[in-house]
Each structure stands twice: as structure tokens, then as C-alpha cells.
Design a protein around this ligand. Structure first.
Ligand code: F0G
Length: 344
């Protein structure tokens, strides 16, 4: 049967109210890409769950189809979110699809260009906050408590419902849960969703490795970070809304939450691209974490099945590549010059 989106496919597993009116862009059903070369280095069966192939280029579409479907069904006319960029683009797209007004609050100057462009293209009213994501989140929480505007951040329980489907898909492809699941952690909605999904689906449980950026690692430090800083702007978050649940997921699964440096994140981004998978920096954090832990000998991946979740597409943040690369060579438009430069 043709694919009709994740609410349609997994409706029986999703706790959505009867009034929900499905708004879908056929999100989900993303590939679980085998990474044989890289896997050999760890001695494991390694897969990338490539969430960058969702309609707006990130995993946020899974939660957004659910949150917007519920909001539309109860008659909401306007939705709002705080975002480091991907939620903004996703919320804007699903709101556009449903004919709703969308407002997104982003930290000034800290959102990658592909995300900002997306939010604008889909017609969101974009407001920059002179502050962090965490400040923006407090503001949207306050305004949605005082007005009928619907909140679509992952505090919204339907976001979690939709995002659970990624773990269902992994189990459907592998026939059971992997041994390890490695993923980036920002506001901690996604790790919460995966864990809830695996528990519900009853196809086994993975150990969960949640990975934060060193400059934005409240769950590793054990306290909020007032001024989070990292090149991985998607996870530049100092007070994760679902921090407690993220720690629970790590604890219950006999996994952990660790921090990696920006250099380790960029290195992992290069390694993924060298096997044909270009992801945005934050999305490489899962692999960076796996590499760091195996190098230290504190995670033995040998003989295991490991899934690294790559949450957003590389095209979301092209500047990270274009600002540091050497401009391509320029040659005269003739054959000799081409042969000369290629050197074969
Ligand atoms: N990876 C990417 C690419 C993200 O955009 C985010 C979060 C995460 C990982 C972390 O997920 O917050 O559920 O722990 N981005 C949010 C946003 C904050 O506004 O787009 P999380």
C-alpha cells in the first residue's frame, strides 16, 4: 500500500486524541543506512537512521505531524515554538499545510541558514530573541499559558508521540531493537521519545548513549548552563525541558549521557560524509560519542548492532562547510587546462 505518513502507519501505537485531524507531509519511513566501512572499524553492525530525509530535513517532522494534527483538530488558529532552527522550519511547514499562522522564536544570530530559510519559505513569522533558546522557550511557554496560541515544542506530549515512531521503524527493519542507540541530546525530547517508543514496541531495548556538546552539557554537568556555546547550534541548549526524562532513559537502559567537543563533532561529521552521509554538525554527535566511548574502552561495540541517529541533513547548515573550505580552483575553459589540473 502507498505510504500515507507515520500517523496512518502507526496510529494504534500513538496516544492521540479522537479530535486529531491528520496533517501530514508523508514524514517518517526514513532509511536505516548500513555503514559497512565504518562498522568494520568498531567491529559492529553499524547503521545510520538518517532523519535528514524527512520532508523538512530533520526528525522534527515526526513530532510535528502529531502536534499540528492535534492543534488543528481542537480548532487552534496559531501555533508557536522556540527553536534552534529545525523545529521552526518543521512547525512552519506543517502550519502552512494546515493553513495556520505560525510564529517562531529563535536565538539571535545562532540559527543555521538552511533552517532560517526554511522557516521563512514556509511562511513563519520569525522573531529573533536577544537571548538563548532557553530564554525563547520560557517566553513561548508564558504566552501559550495566557493566550489561545498552541505550543508545539516538545513539551507538547503529542510531539513525543509522533517521535516514538522512529524507534518503531528501527525495530521493524532490524526485527528487534539494536544493542546500542547513539543520538544527540539538546532539549531532550528525542531521547525521551525513542526510549518511550522502544519500551512500548516490545521488540527489545537498546542501551542508549545520549550525546551533548561540551559547551552545552547540562545533563553531564548536573546543572543548567547559563550561556551554552557550541558549533552544533541545534543542541546549543542549557536547560533541557525534558532533562529528567533523558537521564531516566540513560539510567533505565544501562546507557549514559556524555559530552563531546566541537572538534570531535566536526570530525564525526567528516567521517559520515566520507561514507556518503552528509549531516548537520549536531547530527554527528551520536557518532562522535560512539567514537569517544570506544576509544576510551568504556563501550565495547564488537559484535553488536549499533544505530546512530542522524537527526538533520547537512544542507541545513552549509556554512559550516563553505566557511572553512578552500574555494574550488578556477581554470580556463579548455581541455588542456582541465587535463593539467586533473593530472591523469
Ligand atoms: N539534532 C538536531 C538536528 C536538532 O535540531 C535537535 C534539536 C536535536 C538534535 C536535539 O533534539 O532537543 O529533542 O534533544 N533541535 C531543537 C530545535 C531544539 O529547535 O530545532 P532534542
Amino acid at each position: 500500500m502507498t505510504y500515507q505518513g507515520l500517523i496512518h502507519r502507526y496510529r494504534l501505537y500513538l496516544d492521540l486524541p479522537a479530535h486529531a485531524h491528520t496533517i501530514s507531509l508523508l514524514e517518517g519511513d526514513t532509511p536505516l543506512i548500513p555503514m559497512p566501512r565504518l562498522g568494520r572499524e568498531f567491529g559492529c553492525d553499524l547503521f545510520v537512521k538518517f532523519e535528514g530525509l524527512n520532508p523538512t530535513g530533520s526528525f522534527k517532522d515526526r513530532g510535528m505531524t502529531a502536534a499540528i494534527s492535534e492543534a488543528v483538530g481542537r480548532g487552534a488558529k496559531t501555533i508557536i515554538c522556540a527553536s534552534t532552527g529545525n523545529t521552526a522550519a518543521s512547525a512552519a511547514a506543517y502550519a502552512a499545510r494546515a493553513g495556520l499562522r505560525s510564529i517562531v522564536l529563535i536565538p539571535e544570530g545562532k540559527v543555521a541558514v538552511g533552517k532560517l530559510a526554511g522557516a521563512i519559505a514556509y511562511g513563519a513569522e520569525v522573531i529573533q530573541i536577544q537571548g538563548s533558546f532557553d530564554d525563547a522557550l520560557s517566553l513561548v511557554v508564558e504566552i501559550t499559558q495566557k493566550t489561545p496560541i498552541a505550543l508545539v515544542n516538545s513539551i507538547n506530549p503529542y510531539r513525543i508521540e509522533g517521535q516514538k515512531t522512529a524507534s518503531f521503524e528501527i525495530c521493524d527493519v532490524l526485527s528487534s531493537a539494536p544493542d546500542w542507540l547513539c543520538l544527540p541530546v539538546g532539549n531532550a525530547g528525542n531521547i525521551t521519545s525513542y526510549w518511550a517508543g522502544f519500551k512500548q514496541y516490545q521488540k527489545g531495548l537498546p542501551r542508549v548513549l545520549g550525546v551533548q556538546a561540551e559547551g552545552a552539557a547540562p545533563l553531564v554537568l548536573g546543572h543548567p548552563v547559563e550561556k551554552p556555546e557550541t558549533i552544533a547550534t541545534a543542541i546549543r541548549i542549557g536547560k533541557p525541558a525534558r532533562g529528567e526524562q533523558a537521564l531516566e532513559a540513560a539510567h533505565e537502559s544501562d546507557g549514559r549521557i556524555i559530552a563531546v567537543s566541537d572538534a570531535q563533532i566536526l570530525d564525526a561529521q567528516c567521517i559520515l560524509a566520507s561514507e556518503g552521509v552528509w549531516v548537520e554538525p549536531a547530527s554527528a554527535a551520536g557518532l562522535a560519542g560512539l567514537m569517544a566511548e570506544t576509544a576510551k574502552g568504556s563501550l565495547d561495540a564488537k559484535g553488536k548492532t549499533v544505530v546512530v541517529v542522524c537527526t538533520g541533513h547537512g544542507m541545513k547548515d552549509p556554512s559550516i562547510i563553505t566557511e572553512s573550505f578552500q574555494a574550488p580552483k578556477v581554470i580556463p575553459a579548455n581541455y588542456e587546462a582541465l587535463l593539467d589540473v586533473i593530472g591523469e
